[in-house]
Design a protein around this ligand. Sequence first.
Ligand code: CUK
Ligand code: CUA
Length: 630
Amino acid sequence: MSKYKSDLPNDEKLENSDRRKFFGKSAAFGVAAAAVPMSAVMFSSMAKAQAAEASNSTAVHPGDLDEYYGFWSGGQSGEVRIMGIPSMRELMRIPVFNLDSATGWGLTNESKRIKGDSAHFMTGDAHHPHMSMTDGRYNGEYLFINDKANSRVARIRCDVMKTDKMITIPNVQGVHGLRVQKVPETKYVICNGEFEIPMNNDGKASLEDVSTYRSLFSVINAQTMEIAFQVMVDGNLDNTDADYDGKYFASTCYNSEMGMTLGAMITAERDHVVVFSLARCEAAVKAGKFKTYNSNNVPVLDGRKGSKLTRYIPVPKSPHGVNTSPSGKYFIANGKLSPTVSIISIEKLDALFDDKIKPRDTVVAEPELGLGPLHTAFDNKGNAYTTLFIDSQIAKWNIEDAIKAHNGEKVKYLRQKLDVHYQPGHNHTSMGETRDADGKWLVVLSKFSKDRFLPVGPLHPENDQLVDISGDEMKLVHDGPAFAEPHDCILVHRSKIRTAKLWTRDDRMFAETVAMAKKDGVNVDTDNKVIRDGNKVRVYMTSVAPMYGMTEFKVKLGDEVTVVVTNLDMVEDVTHGFCMINHGVQMEIGPQATSSVTFTASQPGVQWYYCNWFCHALHMEMRGRMLVEA
Ligand code: CUK
Ligand code: CUA
């Protein structure tokens, strides 16, 4: 857990203060009622107030705080967004794979170090944000997200809500499905390589011979963010999830045909879910039963058909999402081209791996839900909520009833279908991918919004819809426009998150920058100094609202200039910026943080720099000059 304590009220206090407000209101009405006969208007306003207190209300009044954090992928924007639920207000953006003008993410030396070998990429396609867990419950430590566009995985620290690690996954293309090990804790992050490539992919072997093409399942050490091992499979890989026993991971495959064109990818009536045995994979790595490819040393296990490490469970054509029920009993594979979902019994997987039963024996039901099932979410009452992409609906259904119906009992498993607007991809319930699924809210990420918002040109926003699932009936309660495809999201109760108000001076985010200063004989907490090292100039300055510690420095045209700013302000929310005019350089410096950026002094004469984060009444005056000698 994070070292930071938050002053956010804990739930007990919250409940008390809510109750106090409620009692306060009732008491006031009571007094009024005693003094004068109650009018109809007064009665209805009292009834409204009581109704508001009683229901699963979306209203979050000014000054009130949301109950849940939503972590949203920003899709092809490459970022992650933090939402407040149920207000659906956007609280913050976390730049990850993208270049961010406001914070300088992708420009600062600190962010480049974190981006590592892919620091030169400014694009990304973020799909699946998932939080680290302990015993199947969120632990508030890290959030992980994949980049399909550049085959990367990043980790976000939940104390400061900044990206702190990023790796490029070797031997694969298109890292798509991503989840975390849930039990006993998130030792591993798992992710799927979607697009098949030749092994090796060095351009020397035949590029046309598809029989050499493979997809790999990657298992990443969550603490070090290094690849622990990879597993080669038959077919490609789409989405994935983990069980609640710490034993199995499951991934869907939509192209078991290994087709290279759309037509060829959808010929087979059945594709499969591949299940990985973690213990068997770890043992194989230990025993050295792996190969390496593409001149890197990542251990690659052979998990193709016939391997002891995996089992292939046939399911109807082109499945997409796979979701573990919070009871820990089922993997649910969503049919996409089939109107069904396949319920795989996790209890039966031991027997399958011991070859006592056949793969299809693990499928305990295959209920028909509607057209285009993509992803399934869960409440705490045994119900599942599946997005129907083609029908533009959410199907609410009961898992145990679906199994009973499959076994010939006369029960209805479908509970309700709710229209959404339109083309839903992922959906997610509050705490629904953990043991703490609470059955209060469902967010549906609809890909099209058509007539739901004021028109803004040919490019429409998405429509992130909030559904109240606390009652017997699902109720659509909010339309939320969103830019650039939020593929997936999670809803985390606020009691799980503890954030910092200020940076601490020993933070690892800028430890290397501070060490560089030390080598230069500079104490960044106190000094304002220019260090010249050939044509490299390092400018160290402090900032305290509304002044930089250095208001001018001199360099020569063509010098490589590194500006290091340390924000000495101790006041919450006093963030400074540093922008060098006409140089494409700007960055955020949070309170008690150090940030640095390197650029070429490419223009002669007087070049102003200024603070571009509003910090003080004299914020406009917070500026200085770089004097560039030609
Ligand atoms: S995928 Cu986008 S709707 Cu990348 Cu999780 Cu299913
Ligand atoms: Cu410092 Cu604006």
